[in-house]
Design a protein around this ligand. Structure first.
Ligand SMILES: Nc1ncnc2c1ncn2[C@@H]1O[C@H](COP(=O)(O)OP(=O)(O)OP(=O)(O)O)[C@@H](O)[C@H]1O
Ligand SMILES: [Mg+2]
Length: 241
């Protein structure tokens, strides 16, 4: 079966006054529907860069991203934005909620942008809030919710349009460890029950337990999968993989 998300030989090089920064080098990754892949690595290892490439928020210097059978990297900006709206949900470390909107209005916003009809919007907002266990909090604004509840609103917003793929960059980075574990459990449950393909980055070793697969980045390279080292491809040598 075609994986929901696939990155092939993803390389992203940033130019800086001090020289080129190789944030991602030759990374191959596949995520199936219903699979939670956790990306680990020290600060600066390339996690955010990789997630931005996979989510179509940034373009690789070389390599290809596929969303299902669509080659995202070959699309122009408008088509890529449409694909993101249709197939991807994003969860951010800082929640990214709009303070003057209620929980329900925050969840509804991407559906408005996608021009989902009002009746269907209401239904999807209610469903998303229920899935994250916040049905009783629809009218509250972010400032009236706890950090964990705010992130659950962020997750509800990400899944409201029923994306195929969920991308979350350190979604628990601003939460205490117990709340972080609950949010990660929620992400794991949603991935498995809704058949989402999810890529989640984290520093937190405890959260790795929820993963179906853990990939480790080091200085822009994928160094291990589920603790097994990935052999490095040496230019000119036969591919050992
Ligand atoms: N826009 C940019 N311009 C130049 N260099 C960048 C840019 N974005 C990232 N980098 C560099 O790429 C490398 C990887 O950064 P990235 O943000 O992907 O790391 P990370 O693993 O997400 O780190 P953290 O855990 O701190 O969030 C770093 O050396 C960073 O300085
Ligand atoms: Mg980062």
């Amino acid at each position: 079966m075609t994986p929901a998300l696939r990155g092939e030989k993803l390389t992203r090089t940033f130019s800086s006054p001090a020289g080129d920064v190789h944030a991602c080098i030759d990374i191959d990754i596949e995520v199936a529907a219903g699979e939670l892949v956790v990306v680990r690595g020290a600060s600066g290892a390339g996690k955010t860069t990789l997630l931005n490439l996979l989510g179509g928020l940034d373009r690789p210097t070389s390599g290809t991203v596929w969303l299902g059978d669509v080659e995202a990297t070959s699309l122009d900006e408008d088509a890529l934005a449409a694909l993101r709206r249709e197939r991807l949900g994003f969860v951010f470390q800082s929640f990214g909620l709009i303070p003057i909107l209620s929980a329900a209005e925050n969840v509804e916003l991407p559906l408005r942008i996608a021009k989902t009809p009002p009746a269907e919007r209401d239904q999807r907002v209610a469903e998303a809030l229920r899935l994250v266990g916040l049905d009783g909090h629809a009218a509250q604004r972010p400032g009236e919710l706890s950090g964990g509840q705010q992130q659950r609103v962020g997750i509800a917003r990400a899944i409201a349009a029923r994306p195929h793929v969920l991308i979350a960059d350190e979604p628990t980075g601003q939460l205490d460890s117990r709340t972080a574990a609950t949010v990660m459990d929620l992400i794991g449950d949603l991935v498995h029950s809704q058949g989402l393909a999810a890529v989640v980055s984290t520093h937190d070793p405890l959260l790795v337990e929820r993963a179906d697969r853990v990939i480790e980045l080091h200085d822009g390279r994928l160094t291990s999968i589920d603790g097994r080292p990935v052999p490095r491809v040496v230019a000119g040598a036969d591919d050992p993989r």
